[in-house]
Design a protein around this ligand. Sequence first.
Ligand code: NAD
Length: 249
Amino acid sequence: MNHALCSLVTGASSGIGRATAIQLSSTRRLLLHGRDRTRLEETRRLCANPEHHLLWAADLSAVDAIEASLTDYLASHGVRIEEYVHCAGMWNIGPLRLLERATASEVMNVNFMSAVEISRLLTRRKINDKALRNIVFVSSTASQFGARGTSIYCASKGALDAYMRALAVELAPNVRVNSVLPGAIRTPMTESMLADPVLLERMESHYPLGLGREDDITQAVAFLLSECARWITGQQLVVDGGRTINISG
Ligand code: NAD
């Protein structure tokens, strides 16, 4: 059977994931992942060649259910995945003493364990032949640095990047694996935080190039997927307008 080759974008129903899908849609057939079919349909309508793209709805916090859901989907639609971009993620803020274990598990599952599960399945010959060529994880500068109240979010992104480096070695030369580490970008995830004018002013003062836009991240993802990056693997590409190299007081 001839399988259609697709690029899987998780978290494609909003923010950076949706923008990434739109950016990649003119040159690829996409498998758009999200939880909410209506929002995924909206993303598909915004893409180039909407009729080419497929939708896969799954809650990634339920890691145990991913195997059956993804495996059945690929088999029943005759699809194989050659590129995998993991944009799905959830933010959590609050002091450690108030962190519930269930919340910590949910953040680890959505941000990290689901990426382990999906990449594990996509490297299985029975499920995906040997189609996989490229993985990009949308991580965060929180993978490298800490801030009050962000322990579990930072841990989830740190785990993702450590996993990315080890995978890059293990899967070479057939598959390249990299991360993009955004600084603050205006998306539904950061909307409420950036709506606070005092916080916004303080944050902006730390960014030499100002806050970022979704397309700043999608361009970096597209670069890492492209042949221009053919000799780049195992890297964290920081895209943060200079935030993390700024040591001004
Ligand atoms: P967003 O909230 O718009 O997008 C997050 C996506 O993840 C959504 O599509 C959402 O449906 C999906 N998602 C969340 N929980 C899920 C679950 N249980 N199952 C399936 N999908 C789920 O936010 P965004 O800013 O576009 O975030 C995209 C990625 O970028 C995230 O991994 C985030 O950590 C990372 N990031 C964002 C910023 C920023 O400033 N916006 C900065 C650094 C990193």
